[in-house]
Ligand binder design. Structure first.
Ligand SMILES: [Zn+2]
Ligand SMILES: [Zn+2]
Length: 337
């Protein structure tokens, strides 16, 4: 059968020859192309929303999707070739397929607009938006290295989450007299951090919420995660369940103490610590160095470097000198030494 249009060539589809068929192709173009990006984070506006990951790729993909073609053709690809000098036109190559081995490419110049506008996420950051607050506090009312270490864990965690989720951010860090208040863009970060601290560290966590307003017709709450870090210095004298102890240190298991009534070493599992019943007395044992003068069986004879008094302690002494905690007349071996 000959082509119904030109009558010259053999018809291949819809009564038309290949040439006349391609002549019937009609590509529908987008009216204009807008490249809307955020100058702060580089996010792209694609379709109906902001895209923070692979924004440019997704935007380019969407441009090609906005081209349409009549049957029996199919758009199988496209490419941005560039912009004109004035930057008000963009050239796009569109690849159209009729049959597997019948493919054509065509270039189009489309009106182009570039817009730069801060995205809602960046507006949240600059507007000091926050959903949660993590208050890091210690046991003594003073800022300690231990509290700084814990604060850094939270800051690193949020920085890491931010890579995949721009809504994870810290909008403010406040240094207060007895600790840090870290304001979080995303409530979930506060929650994750609190759970992580509970399993990995020795601390007490109190969660509270306050009504912050109405958003989208619903009550909107802000959460506070009070993280009280057990940050006594080794040698501190503490009260635990109304008894006095010398604090030796902590591990992932719990805390190590000396009972000041009898000098005995006590280990307390972290799950058994009641933070309502533990507090600093403000007193400290001093640390003094002794020279080991002799070793016998399971005892060592020591000499105080300050006053040359000689004493005997139980246990082995590996080095030629040893440090002990001194509290009044009492001496305590330092855990791990
Ligand atoms: Zn024809
Ligand atoms: Zn942004």
């Amino acid at each position: 059968m000959k082509c119904i249009k030109c009558g010259k060539h053999e018809a291949v589809e819809k009564g038309l020859c290949e040439t006349c068929l391609w002549d019937s192709m009609n590509i529908e173009l987008p009216g204009s192309i807008i490249e809307k990006t955020c100058p702060k984070c580089g996010a792209y506006f694609v379709g109906k929303g902001w895209v923070h990951k692979d924004g440019q790729q997704r935007w380019e993909h969407k441009i090609i999707e906005d081209f349409a073609v009549n049957e029996p053709f199919k758009i199988i690809g496209g490419e941005i070739l560039g912009k004109n000098k004035q930057g008000n036109y963009i050239t796009i190559k569109i690849t159209v397929q009729r049959e597997e081995n019948d493919i054509k490419e065509e270039n189009f110049d489309i009106p182009f607009v570039k817009e730069s506008i801060s995205c809602p996420t960046c507006n949240k950051v600059t507007g000091s938006y926050y959903e949660a607050k993590s208050q890091i506090r210690g046991m003594t009312g003073e800022i300690t290295n231990e509290m700084e270490r814990i604060a850094k864990i939270l800051i690193n965690m949020v920085d890491n989450n931010h890579k995949n989720d721009p809504e994870s951010f810290i909008s403010k860090i406040e240094y207060v007299k007895d600790g840090f208040d870290i304001y979080l863009g995303k409530r979930k970060d506060g929650d994750t951090f609190a759970k992580d601290m509970k399993t990995r560290e020795i601390c007490d966590i109190i969660v509270s919420k306050t009504l912050a307003g109405i958003r989208d017709g619903k009550q909107f709450f802000r959460f506070t995660y009070l993280v009280r870090v057990l940050d006594f210095q080794p040698g501190a004298i503490i009260f635990l369940n109304n008894k006095k102890y010398l604090y030796q240190g902590k591990s992932s298991y719990g805390i190590y103490l000396n009972d000041l009534d009898n000098g005995r070493e006590v280990q307390i599992n972290k799950k058994a610590i009641n933070f309502e019943k533990i507090l600093a007395t403000g007193e400290f044992a001093s640390k003094r160095t002794f020279i080991v003068i002799s070793r016998e069986n399971d005892e060592c004879n020591l000499m105080d470097k300050e006053n040359f008094n000689q004493i005997t302690i139980k246990g082995d002494c590996k080095d030629n000198e040893i440090s002990l905690f001194v509290l009044g007349d009492e001496l305590f071996r330092i855990r791990g030494e």
